[in-house]
Design a protein around this ligand. Structure first.
Ligand code: GLU
Length: 452
């Protein structure tokens, strides 16, 4: 059966690279196994969820190359949650409670003071109908908890192996607050069951929820999915990443010009046995995913590694991949241009600068003392006609040899003024590759100090 997976962020902030890890593990697993990748917006917290964040999540996924096959949002599914609540209330698996936050906090403190675990004492289970009517008469609104079976729940996690949690050690999870807003513990299970999710791939911060959620699947008469709890990414300092604090947001990496494939490789491979090497594409990255090899400890992510990975991704990028992106920058370049410049790029957008340098007008800042040399270089250029298409690779060598002979220069003394005259830049792609693109006529003019 092809897998069905979901990435379920709440649209309450910008996705960071740690969230990208979860999204990619889901999407690439589905891609490799020909399954379905659902984006599920967990937006039941109406106060904190914002449409602008939902938009950015979609943009981020598209940028990473993993647009979802389907999108769902929890705010559109509350009727199903209501019906489930009714069903579970009738079955005695959900109960209404009336404590305020302050009362609960007070009880927790009292438990801690006598060295007891701060587990909810189920006081609300002892309420009679009359007690409930009285509390509601006083204006209290119920909140709801799921009644755990207080048993050992075991599952075989695809990352962590055999797991077991005793739900007797847990508080009955709150599933809906008194203000009517749903907490995701139950809604997530309702959706996973309803959408036939086969694998729940998420961060290990959800491990303890899993036991309660397995009980919920059972209470709904649904088979629990496979669980895949991957390790979390931290900053180099060891600090956890936070959506709220805006750590390493995908949007900022996108705006910085990092390559999406580099970000994806880093997000997936960090902390694994595989070196973080540029990959040729998402299929290649998907083939490296092996849940059983994901480490159990947190993985440090150093943003500094991304610059090098982005550069290396560009250096190996085939023209067919670059072509539409060049076109989007207004650069109608052919393969010879791309192949001439890609090895020098640290960001994709720099290709546009080189396009302007090669085909636009530049005014080379050549020192007065170099004018004579540059004029000589123009005189020794291989005879016309030649252009990018008729350029013979030997032309470069014969030009440089002739120039060495005529001027006695070599090394930097020879190449630096040529570079300045031809490109106006101190550094850049190999002149040998740029010269035929610039073309003979314009090269002569540039060497003579004309602005072309
Ligand atoms: N909205 C939850 C979160 O972002 C989803 C957890 C899950 O994947 O089950 O933490």
């Amino acid at each position: 059966m092809p897998p069905v997976v979901r990435f379920a962020p709440s649209p309450t902030g910008l996705l960071h690279i740690g969230n990208a890890r979860t999204a990619l593990l889901n999407a690439l697993y589905a891609r490799r196994e020909k399954g379905t990748f659902i984006l599920r917006l967990d937006d039941t917290d109406r106060a904190r969820s914002e449409e602008k964040y939902a938009d950015t999540i979609r943009e981020d996924l598209a940028w990473l190359g993993i647009p979802p096959d389907r999108e769902e949002r929890q705010s559109a599914r509350t009727a199903l949650y209501e019906a489930t609540l009714e069903k579970l209330l009738k079955a005695g698996r959900v109960y209404a409670c009336y404590e305020t936050e302050e009362e609960l906090e007070f009880r927790r403190r009292r438990q801690l003071a006598v060295h007891k675990p701060p587990v909810y004492d189920r006081a609300a289970l002892k309420l009679t109908d009359a007690d409930r009517a009285k509390l509601e008469g006083e204006g209290r609104k119920p909140y709801y908890r799921f009644k755990l079976e207080q048993k050992k729940v075991a599952w075989s996690d695809l990352v962590r192996g055999a797991c077991e949690i005793d739900t007797a050690a847990l508080s009955d999870p709150v599933i809906r607050r008194a203000d009517g807003h749903w907490l995701y513990t139950l809604t997530s299970v309702v959706d996973d069951a309803d959408m036939h999710v086969t694998h729940v791939i998420r961060g290990e911060d959800h491990l303890t929820n899993t036991a309660a959620q397995i009980e919920m699947f059972e209470a709904l008469g649904a088979k629990p999915p496979a669980f895949v709890h991957h390790n979390l990414l931290t900053l180099p300092s060891g600090e956890g990443m936070s959506k709220r604090l805006g750590h390493l947001s995908l949007r900022s990496l996108r705006e910085e010009g990092q390559e999406p494939l580099a970000v994806a490789s880093a997000a997936v491979l960090v902390g694994s046995a595989d070196a973080i090497e540029p990959v040729s594409g998402l299929d290649a990255l998907a083939s490296k995913i092996d849940f059983s090899k994901i480490s159990h400890g947190a993985a440090k992510f150093d943003p500094k590694d991304l610059d090098a990975l982005t550069a290396r991704t560009l250096h190996g990028m085939p023209y067919e991949i670059a072509k539409p992106r060049l076109a989007a920058l207004g650069v109608a370049a052919d393969a010879s241009f791309w192949e001439a410049v890609r090895g020098n790029l640290s960001r994709f957008r720099e290709a546009e600068d080189w396009w302007r340098i090669v085909f636009g007008a530049i005014e080379p800042p050549l020192a007065e003392s170099e004018r004579e040399f540059a004029r000589k270089a123009a005189e020794h250029l291989p005879p016309a006609p030649w252009s990018a298409t008729s350029w013979d690779k030997k032309n470069w060598d014969s030009w440089i040899e002739a120039l060495k002979g005529a001027t006695g220069r070599k090394g930097r003394e020879l190449f630096h003024p040529l570079r300045i005259a031809l490109t106006g830049r101190e550094n850049g792609p190999e002149l040998r590759a740029l010269l035929p693109l610039i073309g003979r006529e314009r090269a002569v003019k540039r060497l003579k100090g004309e602005k072309v």
